[in-house]
Each structure stands twice: as C-alpha cells, then as structure tokens.
Design a protein around this ligand. Structure first.
Ligand SMILES: Nc1nc2c(c(=O)[nH]1)N[C@H]1C(S)=C(S)[C@@H](COP(=O)(O)O)O[C@H]1N2
Ligand SMILES: [Mo]
Length: 202
C-alpha cells in the first residue's frame, strides 16, 4: 500500500503503561457494532461533507482514495474493556479531508455518519487530532467489511465507538448532536484514560 507521506505515532502508544484503567488486552481483534455488517461496494461508496461548510462536497471512492495518505500507529480501546495494541492504519488524515472544504467559523462539532444511519459526535478539535485517520487498511491488509471497510474512521485517543465503520460522511455543526451510542448512554466524549465510559458514570 506504498505512497504514504508520513508516519504518525499516536502519543498514547508512548505511555509507559499503554493500557488504560479497567481495560485488558485481547489477542484477536473483536468485531463489534450495532446491526448488520454493511457490504458497501466501492463503486457505490460515497463520502459527503455537509453542514456548516461554504459548499457541500461529495467524493467517490476513486477521488477519496487518491487523497494524500498517512500511516498511523495506534492502540484501540473499546469501552466494553478490550484493548488491542500495535495497530497500523493507512489513509487520508482527518485534517486532509477537512482541508477539502471551507468550514464556517461556527462549526465546533463533527457528526460522523456511517452506513445504516449510524452517527457519532465529537468536538472538531478531537476530530482533527494529528493521529485521527480515515483508513482503508489494518496492518497493511485492506479493511474487511466486518471491520468497517472499505473505509472507516479511527480516532485513537477516544474509545473506539467514536471510530465509525462504513463511514459515509461528516457533518460540521455549531451544536453538539449525540450519536447512536451516546444516545444509548455512552459518555458524550469518551476519553479512555479518565474512563469516560457512560453518561453520568452509569
Ligand atoms: N457504523 C458503526 N460504526 C461503529 C459501531 C457501530 O455500531 N456502527 N460501533 C463502534 C464500536 S462500539 C466499536 S468498539 C468499534 C468496533 O470496531 P471493530 O468491529 O472493527 O472492532 O466500532 C465502532 N464503530
Ligand atoms: Mo465499543
């Protein structure tokens, strides 16, 4: 999968203890999502940038995969307590994708849309973290549909539910809009290091 411009090491991988409180390591990467596995053919895949932007933009798979790519090295922390270290992702950084549009100054949140109506919300600053990436692959192998292929988001510094599978667009918003798991009781933010697991500590 050559032609990568930069290797970004997620800062959490440099901690002396890489496993956040209450987490345990898994050997095999679990598959976890609500509903079915979405099989999205690349010729039907589309990515829409909407909301508080000067001009909405829709990209097809060919255009999206032609964007400059980075390689990110990160750990995964799922709120259900499993963590997996040493993952490598490749694709455009979130900053590269955001750079394709002119966002309005009122835009403070990003609502990420996945297939089947899935959404997840995060502050623009967290979305633009240096290690946040739209990835086509995991450890050099194209992402399977089970893991959200052809393209998923990975936001390493937050619990993995913010990393939308089968991603189909981003919406910029001036107001926060809790997404699927957030409405189901997960924490609005999701920092694994302070155990932001559920709303109201439930
Ligand atoms: N579209 C979509 N993305 C999703 C989810 C989902 O239900 N739908 N679940 C999230 C949760 S809770 C986790 S832990 C990870 C799991 O990703 P994996 O199956 O590749 O391990 O996907 C996240 N992204
Ligand atoms: Mo999760």
């Amino acid at each position: 999968m050559g032609d990568v411009e930069q290797l970004i090491v997620s800062p959490d991988t440099r901690r002396s203890n890489r496993v956040p409180p209450g987490q345990h390591l898994v050997k095999k990467w679990p598959v976890l999502h609500y509903g079915k596995v979405h099989e999205v053919p690349v010729d039907e895949w589309q990515f829409e940038i909407t909301g508080e932007v000067e001009k909405v933009l829709t990209l097809g798979y060919t255009e999206f995969s032609a964007l400059p790519k980075v390689r990110v090295f990160s750990d995964i922390h799922c709120v259900t307590t499993w963590s997996q270290l040493d993952n490598t992702w490749e694709g455009p950084s979130t900053a590269t994708v955001v750079g394709l549009v002119k966002i309005k100054p009122v835009a403070k949140f990003v609502i990420v849309h996945g297939a089947g109506g899935f959404t997840t919300n995060l502050p623009l600053a967290d979305f633009l973290a240096e290690d946040a990436i739209f990835t086509f692959s995991h450890n050099g192998i194209p992402l399977t549909a089970e893991h959200g292929g052809p393209v998923r988001l990975v936001v390493p510094r937050l619990y993995f539910w913010k990393s939308a599978k089968w991603v189909k667009g981003i919406e910029f918003s001036s107001v926060d809009k809790p997404g699927f798991w957030e409405k189901a009781g997960y924490h609005n933010h999701g920092d694994p290091w302070t155990e932001e697991r559920r709303q109201n500590g439930r």
